[in-house]
Design a binder for this molecule. Structure first.
Ligand code: NAD
Ligand code: FE2
Length: 387
């Protein structure tokens, strides 16, 4: 067996309805002043109402920073840090999708009284030092798995994103409460759910750090996600299916936090940067073509995953044939949810494809994990096939 290391969030609370006890959970950790980091959409939906009532009952000081935007730029992080410092907060709560949770992670680090680093010094792997404030993550999408990853992604320029990767970013508690996801619109449910599936698939084929624990988690994640995605898209109020999706996304997050994602994400990021396509949809748009490209190297592993998605519908065949069935089944999720399946239908111009391919090559942090080496020409061919 190859040596490996595995780290994850210390505690996971998987319980529908548990968010109303958030104040108690903060107090158990000794915090008296709390900042909740979220986005305006979530605040508007009233998802925080019961949570804030709990803080009032517990007579605890709480403020809400609700200015997170999708693919958060640096300015949002810095605004939130300023608010946290002003309140002298003792605990951060990330409450929302990956965007809100990623901002909360960075605030927990940068608003710590002993912090002597600026945001710009943190980008890359292992550059953060010192300590962070206690951090609770409450996902309201079943997608990124940010509640269990040591990663925060920030938009740094017009079209570029950078990641901070550090064990310091692993939260203390992930609270998985399906009630918060009941109102997630079908298209967001589908795109974020496919993002989670991609985490599981790419972790399972991760070239350098694939390991027995990440495999176990990736397999169970994919099984849960595939069995429940159609259900939540058809009936958003299906509480059991919503809780299963949250758990699936969390397990997939644990898998890829330790066996990182690869070319699907590397080719998806430029779509987010240049065309402002949401992260999950960007992944869904290039997923079939990247898996087909990887098949000569990874078909045996894809064939191991195929039964978890197709169940009894999987037909006997070679590893390559089963990979084709897996790809077809994955595209089925997009089609049934009404997501666009071609780049042209998602507002991408054909003239942009060479730029996207050049940008994808900048994601070497991810590309080294791909089961098949990929150059710029091949990346362009993948975008063209997805066009
Ligand atoms: N840290 C990581 O490990 C990691 C991994 C993958 C992606 N990311 C990052 O996460 C971000 C994407 O996160 P995301 O896909 O969760 O989306 P998001 O956080 O950007 O939110 C997308 C939209 O969904 C809405 N929304 C969220 N929860 C809702 C709910 N319960 N009901 C109704 N609407 C709701 C939000 O208001 C927002 O408009 C990107 O910045 C991406 O780079 C981080
Ligand atoms: Fe992702």
């Amino acid at each position: 067996m190859h040596p490996f290391s595995f780290a994850t969030t210390a505690q996971i609370l998987c319980e529908a309805g548990a968010a109303v006890r958030l104040a108690e959970l903060c107090r158990e950790r000794g915090a008296r002043r709390v900042l909740i980091v979220t986005d305006p959409g979530i605040a508007r939906l009233g998802l925080l109402d019961a949570v804030l009532a709990g803080f009032a009952r517990a007579d605890m000081a709480v403020q809400v920073f609700d200015r997170v935007v999708a693919d958060p730029p640096e300015a949002v992080v810095l605004d939130a840090v300023a608010q946290a410092r002003e309140l002298q907060v003792e605990l951060l709560v990330g409450f929302g999708g990956g965007s809100s949770m990623d901002v909360a992670k960075l605030v927990a680090l940068l608003a710590h009284p002993d912090c002597d680093q600026g945001l710009g010094e943190l980008y890359g792997v292992g550059n953060a030092r010192g300590r962070r404030l206690p951090l609770i993550q409450v996902p309201t999408t079943a997608g990124t798995g940010s509640e269990v990853t040591p990663i925060a992604i920030v938009t740094t320029g017009e079209t570029t994103k950078m990641g901070v990767v550090s064990p310091l970013l692993l939260p203390d508690l992930a609270l998985l409460d399906a009630d918060l996801t009941l109102g997630l619109p079908p298209a967001v449910s589908a795109a974020t759910g496919i993002d989670a599936m991609v985490h599981a698939i790419e972790a399972y084929t991760s070239a350098l750090k694939k390991n027995p624990l990440s495999d176990l988690l990736a397999r169970e994640a994919l099984r849960l996600l595939a069995a429940n995605l159609d259900r939540v898209v058809q009936d958003g109020s299906d509480r059991d299916a919503r809780q299963a999706m949250l758990l699936g996304a969390c397990l997939a997050g644990q898998a890829f936090a330790n066996a990182p994602v690869a070319a699907v994400h590397a080719l998806a990021y430029p779509l987010g940067g240049h065309c402002h396509i949401p992260h999950g949809l960007s992944n869904a748009l290039v997923l079939p073509q990247v898996l087909a490209f990887n098949a000569p190297a990874a078909a045996p592993l894809y064939a191991e995953l195929a039964p978890l998605v197709l169940g009894a519908q999987l037909r006997a065949g070679s590893a390559l044939e089963q990979t084709e069935q897996l790809i077809e089944a994955l595209v089925g999720f997009s089609l049934r949810s009404g997501l666009p399946t071609r780049l042209r239908d998602a507002g991408v111009s054909e003239a942009l494809l060479p730029t996207l391919a050049a940008d994808a090559m900048l994601q070497q942090r991810l590309l080294v994990n791909n089961p098949r080496e990929i150059n710029q020409e091949q990346a362009l061919a993948i975008y063209q096939a997805a066009y």
